[in-house]
Design a protein around this ligand. Structure first.
Ligand SMILES: Nc1ncnc2c1ncn2[C@@H]1O[C@H](COP(=O)(O)OP(=O)(O)O)[C@@H](O)[C@H]1O
Ligand SMILES: Cc1cn([C@H]2C[C@H](O)[C@@H](COP(=O)(O)OP(=O)(O)O)O2)c(=O)[nH]c1=O
Length: 211
């Protein structure tokens, strides 16, 4: 029987997920909550190796279904090695991206199909779904500008096609929000970090008091 609480954050790149999660993890830990913070793809040695294969810029010929299977494989390994043991010990697991990222990026934006990607991910994760998923909503243009601003010209792949892709990503998340309204909660991420953090923390605490 799993005793812990499993919370994931999702959203387009540059929405502020990592920034806000870092602050909240630190605050909750200081307040005495047993926090385990982790991220996908990666989060365990085997899963990190799979991440390197997926994100390797040399792998331009990678087929979308291969990519989806690799994400699902990394997810399974991370779940078995890290998330489930932490939940069994009663921890609150805060995870940066999980199954919804695959549904949206591979299923919707790469056009494999939401239900196809759900199927392989159900195989990968069996029954371990998040208790709560916080979706950081932001216009892709703003998210990408944030990333560019801090990487100072290094990342210049932001042509029209990738903007189209990122728009699909947001659209995919909004569809998931409609499909799973009880699990996924939306936060407007186009606001100062402190405001976003306060709202996200409120959502987390309101789940924790119920349990
Ligand atoms: N609310 C915010 N307003 C302005 N800049 C932000 C905000 N949240 C994050 N950032 C900055 O935007 C960049 C991307 O944030 P990050 O947390 O890495 O996003 P994500 O994990 O969603 O891709 C970082 O440089 C971060 O400092
Ligand atoms: C977990 C996951 C991530 N991704 C993508 C989303 C990101 O663009 C990238 C992860 O890179 P990462 O550097 O972790 O980005 P971020 O800080 O924005 O989360 O992988 C998928 O396409 N499918 C998935 O299942």
């Amino acid at each position: 029987m799993v005793k812990g609480t499993f919370i994931t954050v999702e959203g387009p790149d540059g929405a502020g997920k990592t920034t806000v999660l870092n602050i909240i993890a630190e605050e909750l830990a200081a307040e005495g909550y047993p926090i385990v913070q982790t991220r996908e793809p990666g989060g365990s040695p085997i899963a990190e190796k799979i991440r390197q294969i997926i994100l390797d810029k040399k792998h331009t010929e990678m087929d979308p279904r291969t990519e989806a299977l690799l994400y699902a494989a990394a997810r399974r390994q991370h779940l078995i090695e890290k998330i489930i043991p932490a939940l069994e010990k009663g921890n609150i697991v805060l995870c940066d991206r999980f199954i919804d990222a695959s549904i949206v990026y591979q299923g919707f934006a790469r056009k494999i199909g939401i239900d196809e990607v759900l199927k392989i991910n159900r195989f990968a994760i069996e029954n371990t779904m998040p208790d709560l998923t916080i979706y950081f909503d932001i216009e892709p243009k703003i998210g990408l500008e944030r990333i560019q601003k801090h990487r100072q010209g290094e990342m210049n792949r932001l042509d029209l096609e990738t903007m189209e892709f990122h728009k699909m990503v947001r659209e995919g998340y909004l569809q998931l929000l409609d499909r799973f309204p009880d699990r996924i909660k939306k936060v407007m991420a186009d606001r100062p970090i402190e405001e976003v953090k306060t709202e996200v923390k409120k959502l987390i605490l309101s789940l924790l008091v119920k349990r």
